[in-house]
Design a protein around this ligand. Structure first.
Ligand code: UGA
Length: 438
């Protein structure tokens, strides 16, 4: 919304939320999200054509286009628990709009949702609406965290799905005209509603599948003395495969991949396609395997026990350049190591101590096994092993000679991101293990 406000000075954008604290943060100098370039863009437009407010009803009444951008977490209860998307927040938005709107509206699904959610929004609107027209569009978001502003400024494509009626086509054109302020027309794809909804889940499933595929090969590389980065480079040169999203890692995280793949699995099961469901579910199974394989490898390498040993964890965010920790591989790895009675000292340049403690949700007795540092060197001091879990650039520049001197020997380093130069670290004296390399 900040980018729309920036690129379309003639459009007034109001972001509303029922959470006062969050809106206050968006109106303050310290935004609630860490994302490169976002501060400047918000400050440029805030108070001019970009507003943050808790006055939800007024914003609904005054707007012509309403984006529903609430979260759709994996359902944790009842039918579909653990797989289906929980649509209660989307439904609440639809009901609030239905109860408040008095004139024509275009409602845009921006949240990632299962196929045919637009149907539910339309039904709710139809039941209560009187004499004005409502169009529901699907306009999924493809930005990635850490590069959000760049992705929004220069998207690969904008996808807009709508009904194949005159009103539907007009609504698509209206929304397209917003993006046309900065996105070339040929990058704006217009489809029917269901194709657009399904494309979002499919894009994330394909991306997650690529990571699970290369991670599966990483296990085979370790068994055969092949090097997964070399394999990725070799296959990525095939233009049909391409080089992106082939970086083997400790496992993918983030708020979307697992949730969306499981949502797809649920949809397939719902529509009576168990073979298709089983196929996609393996993407998540492989990711869980990769995370637990990493921890098991640490325990095995440290002479089959980490009990009472100090392990430094460098990086907790699910990827670099974000403070987001949702579904980060670091949560499973740290929890498993704590279970094995290791003492962890964690350092992440952006994630706050309170967040890490909340994510790990340790039992009373386990709390003393965890210390959080604001300096990577103290985190590594006296440790038996270091595990790199996020690919922060600053980890490439650390003084590994000094770190090595301050560690217990043998000094082990587990590079969960294949970030560091193995040869260089070996020459310092580290016992180093990467992912998919010997
Ligand atoms: C992902 C998609 O990339 C976006 O296109 C999509 O819009 C977004 O989900 C969403 O649905 O909101 P995001 O989760 O922000 O974006 O970040 P990614 O760059 O996709 O990384 C996801 C995870 O995969 C991270 O843990 C990352 O470290 C890992 N990853 C990524 C790998 O392990 N290897 C790779 O080669 C690439």
């Amino acid at each position: 919304m900040a980018v729309i406000a920036q690129k379309c000075p003639g459009i007034e954008v109001t972001v509303v939320d029922i959470n006062q604290e969050r809106i206050d943060a968006w109106n303050s100098d310290k935004l609630p999200i860490f994302e490169h370039g976002l501060d400047e863009i918000v400050k440029q437009s805030r108070g001019k054509n970009l507003f943050f407010s808790t006055d939800v009803d007024r914003a609904i009444e005054e707007s012509e286009i309403i984006f529903i951008s609430v979260n759709t977490p994996t359902k944790s209860y009842g039918e579909g628990a653990g797989k289906a998307a929980d649509l209660k927040f989307v439904e609440l938005c639809a009901r609030r709009i239905a109860g408040t709107a008095k004139n024509d509206k275009i409602i845009v699904e921006k949240s990632t949702i299962p196929v045919r959610t637009a149907e539910m929004i339309k039904r709710i609107m139809q039941e209560s609406q009187t004499d004005f027209s409502v169009q529901v569009l699907s306009n999924p978001e493809f930005l990635a965290e850490g590069t959000a502003i760049q992705d929004l400024h220069n998207p690969d494509r904008i996808l807009i799905g709508g009904e194949e009626t005159k009103g539907g086509r007009q609504a698509i054109e209206t929304l397209a005209s917003v993006y046309e302020a900065w996105v070339p027309k040929d990058k704006i794809i217009k489809t029917n509603l269901w194709s657009s909804e399904l494309s979002k889940l499919t894009a994330n499933a394909f991306l997650a599948q690529r990571i699970s595929s290369i991670n599966a090969i990483s296990a085979l590389c370790e068994a055969t003395q092949a090097d997964v980065d070399e394999v990725a480079q070799a296959i990525g040169k095939d233009s049909r495969i391409g080089p992106k999203f082939l970086k083997a890692s400790v496992g993918f995280g983030g708020s979307c991949f697992q949730k969306d793949v499981l949502n797809l699995v649920y949809l397939c099961e719902h529509f009576g396609l168990p073979e298709v469901a089983a196929y996609w579910e393996k993407v998540v199974t492989m990711n869980n395997y990769q995370k637990s394989r990493f921890t098991k490898n640490i325990v095995k390498t440290l002479f089959n026990t980490v009990s009472g040993k100090k392990i430094a964890i460098l990086g907790f965010a699910f990827k670099k350049d974000t403070n987001d920790t949702r579904e980060t591989a670091a949560i499973s790895v740290c929890r498993d190591l704590i279970e094995e009675q290791a003492n962890l000292s964690v350092y992440d340049p952006e994630v706050k101590e309170s967040k890490i403690r909340k994510d790990l949700n340790l039992k009373d007795g386990e709390e003393r096994q965890l210390t959080i540092h604001d300096d990577p060197y103290t985190a590594c001091e006296g440790s038996h092993a270091i595990a790199i879990l996020t690919e922060w650039d600053e980890f490439k520049q650390l003084d590994y000679q000094g770190i090595f001197r301050a560690m217990e020997k043998p000094a082990f380093l587990f590079d969960g991101r294949n970030l560091l130069n193995i040869e260089k670290l070996r020459s310092i004296g580290f016992q180093i293990r990467g992912i998919g390399r010997v």
